[in-house]
Design a protein around this ligand. Structure first.
Ligand SMILES: Cc1ncc(COP(=O)(O)O)c(C=O)c1O
Length: 416
């Protein structure tokens, strides 16, 4: 049917006045869905590889189909590979990265527990809020945005508060900083506490070594460096964390996120907990297969080289980086907006004229910082060159004379 001649078969649109108990809708002409193709360079979501998109048009399977169970088993294996863990309890929770955070914290925290949170930006601030809602006594170890956690401050907090749980974020998306997680993991284990780690902005890009870093609970999101659509939260629990959860004095505050029930669906005895979101799980399975094919080291190198090229290009243009160079996260680059430049004008130009999405600063840094994601399938040299060319063009159109950054970026890419 010609979409232009389509007429809805029933009344639809904005509700107007109810009459005789029926809601009237103004007629509207709903055309077939046709979103624009963007170059997704915000810190998530990233663009989807064709294999992942294709997986979402595979035939749907029921949540108890033996063929679906086989795919779930593969997803668990592949997640153990990307998390670099032998943990049995490793699967995905059917909601976004924030649900991974919630699931991690509600399972390990009981009311009255002492919890230390390493806060280096917006997302660790959210951990504080969730831990408080779990009834914990929360002790943030706060660092200025743009810097990594101060290890001495963390050690002091461990000695003073003797926490049961320590939580922090590996790649802080709001600042573009990567935390020294290996060191923190050792300190936390020596203090006899359980370590919770957010890897929403890193898993599938910079490596995440759950077992080597002594992390007890680690979660992520499907939509960033893994390049699956948003909507799943991969998560893994160490055996010692699972034992602790099984011996809780109080039930997990959230029925839906009680991990022992997810375990009974994903692993054994495979009883119903929720309707498995099969197409999303297929997409994640394909995204993980692509990570496996590329290899974790090669993938980490690709993220590093591509973001080095971006930083070289921006620096050559005279822009200043936000994150401490000693702890720069390869998947998210944060850069100060040059004085006098209107954040939204440039970002609107990038989107409307060049189809490129980046994002701005959060909290106090709104209007002052841009954040550029190079994640998973979006992390490629061609995106860096396109973005630099677009940014230069838009800045010059605003009367800001900047040198070109393309040569500097190109040199890093060709040398690698
Ligand atoms: C580090 C970090 N944690 C948690 C989240 C929340 O993830 P979601 O938006 O998928 O719920 C994000 C989202 O950007 C994030 O970057």
């Amino acid at each position: 049917m010609d979409p232009a001649s389509y007429q809805p078969t029933r009344q639809s649109g904005n509700p107007t006045e109810p009459s005789m108990g029926r809601i009237e809708f103004e007629p509207r002409n709903y055309r077939p869905l046709n979103p624009p193709e963007r170059v997704l360079m915000a810190p998530g979501p990233s663009n989807l590889p064709p294999a992942v998109l294709q997986a979402m048009s595979a035939p749907l399977l029921g949540y108890f189909d033996p063929e679906y169970f086989k795919i779930m088993d593969e997803v668990m294996d592949l997640l153990r590979y990307v998390f670099q863990t032998k943990n049995q309890v490793t699967f995905s929770v059917p909601a976004t990265g924030g649900a991974g955070m919630e699931a991690a914290l509600v399972n390990v925290i009981e009311p009255g527990d002492n919890v230390v949170v390493g806060v280096t930006g917006f997302f660790a601030g959210r951990m504080v809020e969730i831990a408080k809602r779990c009834g914990a006594k929360v002790f943030p170890v706060t660092t200025e945005w743009g810097k990594a956690i101060d290890l001495e401050e963390m050690q002091k907090a461990l000695e003073t508060h003797k926490p049961k749980v320590v939580a922090t974020v590996h790649g802080e998306t709001s600042t573009g900083v990567e935390q020294p997680v290996a060191e923190i993991g050792r300190m936390v284990r020596d203090a006899g506490a359980y370590m919770v780690l957010d890897t929403v902005a890193s898993l599938g890009g910079p490596q995440v070594k759950v077992d080597e870093w002594l992390v007890d609970v680690c979660y992520s999101g499907s939509q960033k460096c893994l390049s699956a659509p948003p909507g799943l939260a991969p998560i893994t629990f160490s055996d010692r964390a699972v034992q602790m959860i099984r011996s809780r004095k109080t039930p997990v505050q959230s029925w839906y996120f009680d991990i022992t029930m997810h375990e009974r669906y994903w692993i054994d005895p495979r009883v119903y907990h929720h309707t498995g979101p099969a197409l999303m799980v297929f997409a994640l399975r394909e995204a993980l297969r692509l990570v496996y094919e590329e290899g974790l080291e090669a993938r980490e190198r690709r993220h590093q080289v591509t973001s080095d090229a971006l930083v070289a290009g921006l620096t050559a243009m005279g822009l200043k980086m936000f994150a401490d160079p000693a702890h720069r996260l390869s998947s998210v680059t944060s850069v100060w907006i040059p004085d006098g430049v209107d954040d939204m004008k440039i970002r609107r130009g990038l989107l409307n004229k060049f189809n490129i999405e980046i994002t701005g600063g959060l909290g106090d840094f709104k209007g002052k910082m841009w954040r550029i994601g190079l994640m998973g399938y979006s992390c490629k040299a061609s995106n860096v060159l396109l973005f630099l060319a677009a940014l230069e063009t838009l800045l010059r159109a605003e009367g800001v004379s900047v040198p070109s950054g393309i040569q500097a970026a190109g040199e890093i890419i060709t040398k690698a």
